[in-house]
Design a protein around this ligand. Structure first.
Ligand code: C5P
Length: 233
C-alpha cells in the first residue's frame, strides 16, 4: 500500500545536499535516500545531521559480505538510527539472518531491512554467461525475494513493474521499494522501465524512490508534493 515518497539524494557533497534540502519549508521533512557516493564522501556525520534535521533515512549501501561482517556492520548502522537499510539477497540466507540480528537494537526495534535482488544493470546475457545462472531473470528476482521474505526481511527493491508479482509470491505485507519513477510529462533519462507515481500507487508499491524528477526540478518542493499527491491518491 502506498506509504511514502523517498527522495534519492544523489549529490556528491554535504553542501549540495543541504542547499537542496533548505529549499523545503521548515516543517516539511521528506524521507530521503542516502547512497554510497554521499555516505563515502561525508561519512556517518551526514546521517547524524539528517536525523537531527528530522528526516527519515533510507541508507542505500547494499551490504554483501560474510554473515559475521554484515551482522557487525548492520549493528553500527542501526545505532546511527537510520530507518531503512539494504543488502544483496545474493549474500544468501545465513547472511540475511545475521543482518537482521545485527540490526535489532536492545529494545527490539530495528530499521526496515530491504533486499536488492538482481541489479537492473545486470542483463540476461550477464546472468547466464557471467553469473552462470540459467534461470530466467524474472524467476531469479522472485526467488531471491522469496528467500528474503523467508529470512524475515521486510521487502525488496524492485521495478514498479514487478511490484505486484513480488506481492503475489511473497505476500501483501512484504514491502516493495521502487525506483524508476517518472511523471507522465517528464523525461525518462536513463531509466528504461518506468512508471508514474499514480500508477505505482495503484500497482502495490509501498515506497517510491524518486531522484531527478524532484532533485532536478525547477521547483523541487512542488515536484515532491506532486509525487506524494499522485502516489498516495
Ligand atoms: O533519478 P532517478 O529517479 O532515476 O533515481 C533513482 C534512484 O534509485 C537512484 O539513486 C538510483 O541509483 C536508484 N536505483 C535505481 N534502480 C535500481 C536500484 C536503485 O534507479 N534498480
Amino acid at each position: 500500500m502506498a506509504n511514502d515518497v523517498i527522495i534519492a539524494l544523489d549529490f556528491p557533497t554535504r553542501e549540495e545536499t543541504l542547499t537542496f534540502l533548505d529549499r523545503f519549508p521548515a516543517g516539511e521533512k521528506p524521507f530521503v535516500k542516502i547512497g554510497m557516493e554521499l555516505y563515502y564522501a561525508e561519512g556517518p556525520a551526514i546521517i547524524r545531521e539528517m536525523k537531527a534535521r528530522g528526516h527519515k533515512i533510507f541508507l542505500d549501501l547494499k551490504l554483501h559480505d560474510i554473515p559475521n561482517t554484515v551482522k557487525r556492520a548492520m549493528s553500527v548502522l542501526s545505532r546511527l538510527d537510520v530507518d531503512m537499510v539494504n543488502l544483496h539477497a545474493a549474500g544468501a540466507s545465513e547472511m540475511m539472518k545475521a543482518a537482521l540480528e545485527g540490526l535489532t537494537r536492545p529494545d527490539g526495534s530495528r530499521p526496515l531491512l530491504i533486499a536488492v535482488t538482481q541489479l537492473t544493470s545486470t542483463d540476461a546475457a550477464a546472468l547466464k554467461n557471467e553469473l552462470l545462472i540459467d534461470a530466467p531473470m524474472e524467476e531469479t528476482v522472485l526467488s531471491y525475494a522469496q528467500n528474503a521474505a523467508r529470512c524475515g526481511l521486510d521487502g525488496v527493491v524492485c521495478s514498479p513493474l514487478e511490484a505486484s508479482l513480488v506481492k503475489a509470491r511473497c505476500g501483501e505485507n512484504f514491502l516493495t521499494v521502487t525506483p524508476g519513477i517518472r511523471f507522465a510529462d517528464g523525461d525518462a533519462g536513463d531509466q528504461k522501465r518506468i512508471m508514474t507515481p499514480e500508477l505505482a500507487g495503484k500497482s502495490g508499491c509501498d515506497y517510491i524512490v524518486v531522484g531527478r524528477p524532484i532533485t532536478q526540478a525547477a521547483d523541487p518542493v512542488a515536484a515532491c508534493r506532486r509525487a506524494a499527491k499522485e502516489f498516495l491518491g
